[in-house]
Design a protein around this ligand. Structure first.
Ligand SMILES: C[S@@+](CC[C@H](N)C(=O)[O-])C[C@H]1O[C@@H](n2cnc3c(N)ncnc32)[C@H](O)[C@@H]1O
Length: 249
């Protein structure tokens, strides 16, 4: 078994595994929450993965930029949507030449940031790369989702020459979910096995509110699963819309 970094193998089947996600609905929900008269001219997607969400935003948005740490996810994205600009980087620390009126981060990407101090740094970084009055739309997995849909659950996929087994354990004390993804890849009459271990943390709403306040944002709306701007107890992805109200140093 070869240990490999998150998304280095997952990238080869990510789109098929996420086939149930209606990214057009997500893009419509985000754009529908846009509070200004004129649509933004630029959008930045943090943890853009294979670029699908960015591709669903209106083509009138001239500049679409995605940042992701996984080279393999970005390779997939570049093949599918070559007109989008991609940057390999860490969403906790980055500095771009231009500032964005709309920044998004979706599909529990921020749950990959484990330490609260790093989450603070992330929001400070986002602030510095945004226009004053701009919006940051992000989601976070709810604890309900981690407990009811993932804890002690195994998922199996057979996609082309790849067999994926995905096991999850949520530690309620540490608020961390460990996902072990085993890939059996059939090539040249041989099977090669790879393991990716993903760690994600549940961040309670009270912490997010404090961090937003500390990093120059005000919370505009909170919603559920890209469907409604009300918070439901059994929602899986909590949607946040925050406005940059202050420049920070
Ligand atoms: C669950 S996927 C979400 C991808 C995409 N946003 C979507 O909606 O399908 C999480 C992505 O975040 C990226 N990621 C996680 N932590 C990151 C970090 N610190 N910096 C940059 N990318 C990160 C991963 O490489 C992966 O592509």
């Amino acid at each position: 078994m070869i240990e490999t970094t998150p998304y280095s193998k997952f990238s080869s089947v990510y789109d098929e595994v996420m086939d149930h996600v209606d990214f057009q609905e997500w893009a419509n929900f985000i754009i529908g929450s846009w509070k200004e008269n004129k649509l933004p001219d630029k959008i930045l997607d943090l943890g853009c993965g294979s670029g699908t969400l960015l591709s669903h935003f209106p083509s009138s948005i001239n500049t679409k930029v995605g940042i992701d740490s996984s080279l393999q996810m970005l390779e997939t994205a570049k093949k599918k949507y070559p007109k989008i600009q991609y940057i390999q980087g860490d969403i906790i620390y980055f500095s771009l030449k231009e500032k964005f009126p709309l920044v998004v981060s979706t599909h529990d990407t921020l749950n990959y940031i484990l330490q609260p101090e790093k989450l603070i740094t992330h929001f400070q970084t986002v602030n510095k790369n945004m226009e004053l009055g701009g919006y940051y739309f992000f989601d976070l997995s709810s604890e309900y989702n981690l407990i009811h849909n993932f804890h002690k659950k195994q998922l199996f996929y057979n996609i082309d020459s790849v067999k994926l087994t995905w096991r999850n354990t949520y530690n309620q004390k540490r608020k961390v979910i460990t996902s072990t993804l085993i890939f059996s890849i059939f090539k040249d009459l041989k099977i090669q096995k790879y393991r990716e271990t993903h760690y994600q943390k549940f961040h309670p709403h009270s912490i997010i509110l404090k961090i937003l306040q500390k990093t120059g944002f005000s919370l505009v709306s909170i919603g559920s699963d890209y469907k409604t701007w009300t918070l439901k107890k059994d929602c899986c992805l909590i949607n946040y819309l925050a406005k940059k109200i202050k420049e920070i140093k």
